[in-house]
Ligand binder design. Structure first.
Ligand SMILES: *Cc1c(COP(=O)(O)O)cnc(C)c1O
Length: 485
């Protein structure tokens, strides 16, 4: 590449506000006081918060500069596998910021919240249609909490039938949160090995499934970016032994309008609204992990639920005696729901096109990089593809070095060393929102890095070179974090 996409030209070092502040400096000039000062009790005197004194431009510049140190989906391509870091259209933010939604109080009575309740009911209906499931809850605040909610529902289902089951099957290609969620509900996770093509084989499940096993928890598409093609057969086996099938649907971005998930035999699945349905994520902001179920599991969903009475009015109902109870204050993260419904309605039938493009883009990258990077599973992928550093290792270059160097080329690194079943994994999820030009530049950058690995490996071993900081001691940073800057 002749030209780099980035420059460090105007990136400043930024001191802490406390280091910049000067006593008496202020962002405003109130009129002189014309009343006697109030008495402050002795204990409080001199005990005000230790806030620095700063002028308005100092504060504005400080935060603007800090924001420029950030890299996000609004600054460039962010191919972080399993995270669906796609561009989120700003119109959805605008809808969520509308006064009626943004300032609705969760304690308002149902009669005064008909619009908000209608929005929730409508979103549940849309998600049911997209997944093929019958009913759902919008309460969980994240994918992992959706899993926990799903596991609690499964637990309650068996409890209600007086059928105590202690184990659950979790394949090695499931997301790492899956066994954790199962364990939190008291289930022992039985690891199932995926077959030679990276997907689950029915015979593996046949072997593990017994009358003490609650079922199976499958991530589909799995963490290798591959579609679990044997789900119908696997579901049949699990159901025959009285078990239930949980699907981690956090990666629905690959499947919208393409796969009717219910027809694969699953009983329960969660979605990540903050991945597929347009909520920016990654910075710890609010998320939403709705759980969708088959009719038989509906009575166990969390309360309150939005129900419609004979007159067509909506209300929040707590009257569901078999429910697992509440998993979030009020009813979940409402702002995320507004963005999701806005996204779904503005996309309409184009949701299918979005998934098609997400899959096409990942396969395009896979095909154009597979002669440069080792591709452990050479078959059609879904929304992401997984390479390794096997071809670069003879130059002493690893996945970490490749990722760090990619930052010099202006790209956020992909997910690395995950999934664990692939040694030295580089997991790339381009999403549907990148243009062909951007993806081509990414591919060219990855090729250029592979060339550097051969010819100038030192460039990679010390990368990044053009970022705000050079290579950090990551172990040191994790063990002895210095949060003061
Ligand atoms: C992201 C993801 C999760 C976890 O979702 P959070 O919202 O981060 O809790 C679970 N499973 C899969 C497959 C995922 O990609």
């Amino acid at each position: 590449m002749k030209e780099r996409t980035g420059t460090t030209g105007l990136v400043f070092n930024e001191p802490l506000l406390w280091e910049m502040g000067r006593t008496g400096r202020s962002g405003m000039s109130p009129p002189p006081r014309d009343v006697e000062p109030a008495e402050v009790c002795e204990e409080l005197q001199g005990k005000g918060p230790d806030f620095p004194d700063l002028s308005e431009p100092e504060v504005v510049r400080h935060y603007t500069r800090l924001s420029q140190w950030n890299f996000g989906v609004d600054s460039g391509m962010y191919p972080l596998g399993s995270c669906t870091m796609k561009y989120n259209p700003k119109t959805n933010e605008r809808q969520a910021a509308r006064k009626g939604f943004a300032s609705a109080h969760p304690l308002l009575p149902d009669e005064l919240s008909q619009g908000a309740l209608r929005l929730m009911a409508e979103l549940e209906r849309c998600l049911a249609q997209i997944t093929g499931m019958d009913a759902g809850t919008l309460q969980p605040a994240a994918g992992a909490q959706g899993e926990l909610t799903g596991m609690l529902i499964i637990h309650r289902w068996f409890e209600n039938r007086d059928d105590r089951r202690t184990k659950i099957i979790v394949p090695d290609t499931a997301h790492g949160t899956n066994p954790a969620s199962a364990a939190l509900c008291g289930f022992r996770a039985l690891a199932a090995r995926s077959g030679p093509h990276g997907i689950l084989l029915p015979e593996t499940i046949e072997e593990l499934m017994d009358d003490e096993t609650a079922g199976v928890m499958v991530t589909n598409p799995n963490t290798l970016g591959l579609f679990e093609e044997n789900m119908e057969e696997i579901s049949r086996i699990v159901h025959e032994r009285g078990g239930l099938v949980y699907c981690d649907g956090a990666n629905m971005n690959a499947l919208m309008g393409l796969v009717d998930m219910a027809s694969t035999g699953i009983d329960i699945l969660h979605l990540n609204l903050h991945k597929t349905f347009s909520t920016p994520h990654g910075g710890g902001g609010p998320g939403s992990g709705p759980v969708m179920v088959r009719k038989e599991l509906e009575p166990f969903l969390p309360v309150p639920r939005v129900v419609e009475d004979e007159s067509g009015a909506l209300r929040l109902s707590e009257n569901h005696p078999l429910s697992i109870g509440k998993v979030h204050t009020f009813y979940g993260n409402f702002g995320v729901m507004v963005k999701a419904l806005s996204y779904i309605l503005s996309m309409g039938p184009n949701l299918k096109r979005a998934s098609e493009l997400a899959v096409l883009n990942a396969n395009y990258i896979k095909e154009l990089l597979k002669d440069t990077y080792h591709l452990p599973y050479d078959r059609t992928c879904m929304h992401e593809c997984v390479f390794t550093d096997a071809l670069q290792q003879s130059y002493g270059v690893t996945t970490l070095d490749i990722s760090k160097r990619l930052m010099d080329y202006g790209f956020h690194p992909p997910t690395i060393y995950f999934p664990l079943v692939v040694k030295g994994a580089l997991m790339i999820e381009p999403t549907e929102t990148e243009s062909k030009e951007t993806i081509d530049t990414f591919i060219e950058s990855m090729r250029s890095i592979a060339r550097e690995a051969r010819e100038e490996p030192d460039l990679l071993l010390n990368a990044p070179h053009y970022c705000k900081t050079e290579r950090l001691d990551e172990t040191g940073a994790a063990r002895k974090p210095c949060l003061a800057g």
